[in-house]
Design a protein around this ligand. Structure first.
Ligand code: PLP
Length: 337
């Protein structure tokens, strides 16, 4: 028997093994002061920033599936990828520390920022504390650097499990199918609208897949924060959905699923703050006591706030903002203020 406080995942989600890493369910909280300030729909926040793993974030859900898969395959070493200040990399380092796997993070200097805090503080400091091996490369010598690291690890007879950037493959994305199921289970209303930051495609693909598989009718708006061309993100989500369908079944016609991406809050480049994003961070902090970040959740919140201001949500609606984390990078971005 399940207690009213325990969430049980649907069978097809529960069938795949997970390694416990986070605190679930993450809270779902009404944002009364922000909602009153904007005068639109009731805004709720799904606190995936409170997932419990070394300051939390959306990668914890994906890593529960991915680390379980690595353990099943007998891996002793995780290799994963991201940008300098990647939240995924930091959560991967934390997951590895928790279960006793060796962690190697290959990070690209893809963001044009070179101040000491960007290069060494925030997630980079945490990576060191979490005992990860960190390598940074410029984009144009990334592949050579990667080959060198892999050769060295192979010569050391390591059993390697690679996790793609953002943990965004069919296994990792299941974490967000689980999230949408958890959200519907806990919400004291019928969710109709989700807004979240979208980058490597796994969060959005997982949400869209779960939405379809579980028969919900929630509009999922991904705010593109990574791809200069939003079509690239859309294609990645489509192809990940197709892989998920091949692997897990559950959804019939994947081609017809709506993939709703908003590119208006991207700004100049990935990793570069926008004025609207910084303003959104200030509003969430000063009205709700919630910390966002300038790369992901701040830009997504800028989208949420602007869409409400434009009147694009019904005033009687409940809009759920998934807080995907990221505040660990704030000290790396102090120069933005
Ligand atoms: C804080 C934060 N929010 C959102 C995202 C985007 O998630 P995804 O890469 O699954 O699209 C990421 C990771 O890239 C992130 O670190």
């Amino acid at each position: 028997m399940t207690s009213p406080n325990s969430f049980t995942a649907p069978d097809w989600l529960a069938a795949l093994p997970t390694t416990p890493l986070g605190h679930w369910p993450t809270p779902l909280e009404p944002l009364h002061r922000l909602s009153a300030e904007l005068g639109g729909p009731q805004i709720w926040v799904k606190r995936d920033d409170c997932s419990g793993l070394a300051t939390g974030g959306n990668k914890t859900r994906k890593l529960e599936y991915l680390i379980a898969d690595a353990q099943l395959q007998g891996a002793d070493t995780i290799v994963s990828y991201g940008a300098v200040q990647s939240n995924h990399a930091r959560q991967t380092a934390a997951a590895c520390a928790k279960v006793g796997l060796d962690c190697h993070l290959l990070l690209s200097r893809r963001v044009d920022r070179s101040d000491q805090n960007y290069l060494h503080n925030g997630n980079m400091l945490f990576n060191r504390l979490l005992n990860a091996h960190v390598y940074t490369f410029d984009l144009d010598n990334f592949e050579d650097g990667r080959k060198n690291v892999m050769n060295t690890l192979e010569q050391q007879d390591k059993t390697i499990y690679e996790i793609p950037a953002g943990g965004s493959n069919a296994i990792g994305a299941l974490g967000y199918s689980r999230c949408i199921s958890e959200l519907v289970w806990q919400a004291p209303f019928t969710p109709t609208q989700i807004v979240h930051a979208s980058a490597s495609s796994g969060t959005q693909a997982g949400l869209v897949f779960g939405n379809a598989a579980l028969g919900y009718d929630i509009d999922i708006m991904g705010i593109n924060v990574f791809h200069p061309e939003p079509d690239t993100l859309k294609q990645r989500i489509s192809s990940l959905l197709a892989t998920m369908q091949q692997r897990f079944g559950v959804v019939q016609s994947i081609e017809k699923l709506p993939i709703h991406i908003n590119h208006a809050y991207f700004g100049g480049a990935y990793g570069q703050p926008t004025a609207a994003g910084l303003e959104a961070i200030t509003m969430f902090a000063s009205l709700e006591g919630i910390l966002l970040d300038p790369v992901y959740s701040g830009k997504a919140a800028a989208g949420l706030i602007d869409q409400i201001t434009l009147g694009n949500f019904d005033d009687h609606e409940h809009v759920v903002f998934i807080h995907t984390g990221g505040a660990a990078s704030l000290s790396a971005y102090d120069s933005a203020w």
